[in-house]
Design a protein around this ligand. Structure first.
Ligand code: NAD
Length: 493
């Protein structure tokens, strides 16, 4: 039985996989270290998943597919999803604390952002699943044809560390709604909230084996074993573009169905007629929320030359208001990055910027002196960066915002489109014709006008170019996690 809000009760002392409804130890007995990046302290060793563990999970998932879950109706599944949402919501503070410890992000954001959204993911897909319809067509010869959705079978979900439970539940909820059984491989840097979900699944009455969670690494580890397991029909993956390539290559011989949400290099574009206060404040939020570790981050600020100086001053003011510190302190607005290795990678980009002619670091650019422990990095503003620079072309995935100045709409669009990515951007202007023109001409899967990060869970979510394949969200997710069977019947007049 779960007691309210006790973190230690949500995570088993021996941090195992969750297979067939029980916490289990790795078959090879190996573990890996899990650290709290804000404090440089251990959160305990975690089961290191192997091909054997994925095999056990696949056996449990296959058995569950042949059990009552495989015959369940959408209405029955919707009830379980609603119960999962209720229980997760009851334990939201404990999950938020776990997520903050594991990832370094502020508790205020995990409570009202990550975990609240995880609850919403289950509620939303419960409703959508209960209201699905199947199409029936009548042939001229009197035949009747019904296209029914069926589960794919066993599906593999592979998730990143930047929004750990938020993105895991964004896949778990629609995969469950469609009656699949699941093997989830969470990111190795943030295993804890997914692990804790085992208790919630059991308490909600989800049959054993419907969701299995195998911890561990990607290439050469549990991730690759999941991708290459012959019984796993589909892989829904969120992570780096190069990892997507590796998954596509590895799964090609088995012709798996794939959904990819990959990297991004978002831009915030500000025209002179915009509300500059709103635009600059939003640009700072888009760049620095979640320590800049969001695929949708507006990591490039593109500002018209007539208002560049004013906008830069306003962005600097917004940056001064950011409070970097202990993620569990309620007044903190920026926590630690996810690991020291990642922090050093981000610092490496800034060191590289220092070597580039014409580049100026206007704010930050250092490891904060008052945080000798933890993977902190100052919010950083850099100007004078050329479009061809690594800082513009590659994902820094940290609290680093570059500023580029443009002269007209065509130039702004060409800068926005001038990377390999095509996930998201924001445009700030009061001219609705320009806003619409701009939105149609950029090659981005998501375009915000005078806002950032606004989402409706029904709408299509995903990237163009090398930012992804397929779309998630509402019916798009339900379509991915199911396949159609058309049943045709002769009818006597
Ligand atoms: P990553 O690609 O390194 O890892 C993601 C997951 O893939 C992890 O669970 C990892 O263990 C696993 N993995 C790695 N190699 C694998 C392999 N060969 N086979 C199977 N699994 C493998 O990504 P990350 O560093 O955890 O996350 C950051 C990246 O995710 C950024 O590029 C970011 O833009 C992207 N991201 C995209 C979206 C989106 O919706 N488009 C959302 C969030 C994050």
């Amino acid at each position: 039985m779960l007691t309210q809000h006790k973190v230690h009760e949500l995570v088993p002392e021996k941090k195992g996989h969750f297979i067939n409804g029980a916490y289990t130890q790795p078959r090879a007995g190996e573990t890996f270290a899990n650290l709290a990046p804000a404090y440089d302290t251990s959160l305990g060793d975690v089961a290191l998943g192997s091909r054997d563990d994925i095999g056990s999970a696949a056996e449990a998932a296959a058995a569950a597919l042949n059990g009552p879950w495989g015959k369940s109706t959408p209405g029955e599944r919707a009830r379980v999803l609603r119960r999962i949402a209720e229980l997760l919501n009851e334990h939201r503070p404990a999950f938020a604390r776990l997520e903050s410890l594991d990832s370094g992000k502020p508790y205020s954001e995990t409570l009202d952002g990550d975990i609240a959204r995880s609850v919403a993911n289950f509620q939303f897909f419960a409703d959508l699943c209960a209201h699905q319809t199947n199409a029936t067509y009548f042939g001229e010869d009197g035949t009747q044809h019904t296209s029914l959705r069926e589960p794919l079978g066993i599906v593999g979900l592979i998730t990143p560390w930047n929004l750990p439970l938020y993105l895991a539940t964004w896949k778990l909820a629609p995969a469950l709604a469609q009656g699949n059984t699941i093997i989830l491989k969470p990111a190795e840097l943030t295993p804890l909230t997914a692990m804790a979900m085992g208790h919630i699944f059991n308490a909600a009455g989800l049959p054993p084996g419907v969701v299995n969670i195998v911890q561990g690494f990607g290439g050469g580890g549990a991730g690759e074993a999941l991708v290459t397991h012959p019984d796993v029909k589909a892989i829904s993956f969120t992570g780096e573009t190069t990892t997507g390539e590796a998954i596509m290559r590895a799964s090609a011989p088995m012709l798996k169905k794939l959904s990819f949400e990959l990297g991004g290099k978002g831009a915030t574009v500000i025209f002179p007629d915009a509300d500059l206060d709103v635009a600059a404040a939003t640009a700072a939020r888009a760049a620095f929320r979640n320590q800049g570790q969001i695929c949708l981050a507006g990591s490039r600020l593109l500002v018209h030359r007539d208002v560049a100086a004013a906008v830069i001053d306003k962005v600097k003011a917004a940056m001064r208001a950011i409070k970097v510190g202990d993620p569990l302190d309620p007044t903190t607005t920026m926590g630690s990055l996810v690991s020291r290795e990642h922090r050093d990678r981000v610092a490496g980009f800034v060191d590289y910027a220092r070597t580039c002619p014409g580049v100026e670091i206007l704010v930050g650019g250092q490891i904060p002196q008052d945080h000798p422990r933890g993977a902190y990095f100052e919010p950083t503003l850099i100007t004078g960066v050329d479009q061809s620079s690594r800082l513009i072309q590659e994902e820094v995935f940290g609290p680093v915002l570059t500023v580029q100045i443009f002269g007209d709409e065509d130039e702004a669009i060409s800068l926005v489109n001038g990377t390999q990515y095509g996930l998201s951007c924001s445009v700030f202007t009061k001219d609705i014709d320009r806003a619409q023109r701009f939105a149609r001409r950029v090659r981005m899967g998501l375009v915000w006008i005078n806002t950032w990060f606004a989402r409706d869970l029904h709408s299509a979510f995903g990237g163009m170019k090398r930012s992804g394949i397929g779309r998630e969200g509402g019916q798009y997710s339900l379509d991915f996690f199911s396949e159609f069977k058309t049943i045709s019947m002769a009818m006597k007049a």
